[in-house]
Design a protein around this ligand. Sequence first.
Ligand code: CUA
Length: 338
Amino acid sequence: MWLEAAPARWRRTGRHALGGVALVLATACSGEQSALAPAGEEAASLATLFWWMLAGAAVIWLLVMGAAVYATKISPGRHDEALASRLLVVGGIAFPTVALALLLAYGLSLMGGVRAAGDGLRIHVAGEQWWWRVAYDRGGAQEAIPSANEVRLPVGQRVEILLSSPDVIHSFWIPPLAGKVDMIPGRVNRLVVEATEAGEFRGACAEYCGTSHALMAFKAITMEPADFETWLEREAGTAESVPAGGPAARGAALFRKTGCGGCHAVRGTAANGTIGPDLTHLASRRSLAAGILPMTEEALQDWIARTHEIKPDARMPSFGALPEEDIASIVAFLWTLK
Ligand code: CUA
């Protein structure tokens, strides 16, 4: 009975496997997080390198397979020893040496451009468990602007991103913009990025860094230079003052009383903690909890009440013990932080 059913099962398995492959291919090409849909100079170089290597590998694979098939078809003794030796020397030593040397030279020639920095904006990004500490450094005497969990970049400008970590190794990766670079405690790694088109992309941590490694993502938003300057100017400013009455005012008082300001800063208020993300312009970010929730009031409410269910082992405690109404007031306050 099982045998009768087997062919149908195999057909089904085959269809599922094909469906899976198609799904993987479709997601890989959707752009937001694809290294093969470049929106930056560095990613474009890497994509070109990838296609050249893929084409080279395909040609070599066909040659080897052709030789293997040929070898199974001919009768023994068809070719003499001298030809076999020549084939070994040319195909086994000379060809791989030349092909690999050419690929290496091509790969190295791309690296110079990838590393060259601009002289404008620098962005400091530190990998935390499990979120991203971001600061925009405009150079000169101006103070760096703290932010978190979102990286914004001007189109057409080379921006140097300085990567670090206070405790464990993370890896910073925005596939459509550039290759990944590790964030290693005790040192600062450089990544230079030049976005070529405006858009919204998804970055992620690409190195296992603990329980919630897979929940450590962020938005990378590339903007036209004028829009970027306007945004940066606003990001540099302090929080707007909270209305004198209503849920937001109550929430601001609760935020203070509950001790949120011990870990979070809201510039322009007494909250000046630096352990957790800066919340000064929280509600203007496009995602919450390091790229894993949408920025909505419902998601904020959920995040505060069930932090550890959403992100296991996060340093922020869950505040589910607070009355729902209090959390709603805190959310009303946070929602004013545009
Ligand atoms: Cu941070 Cu993985």
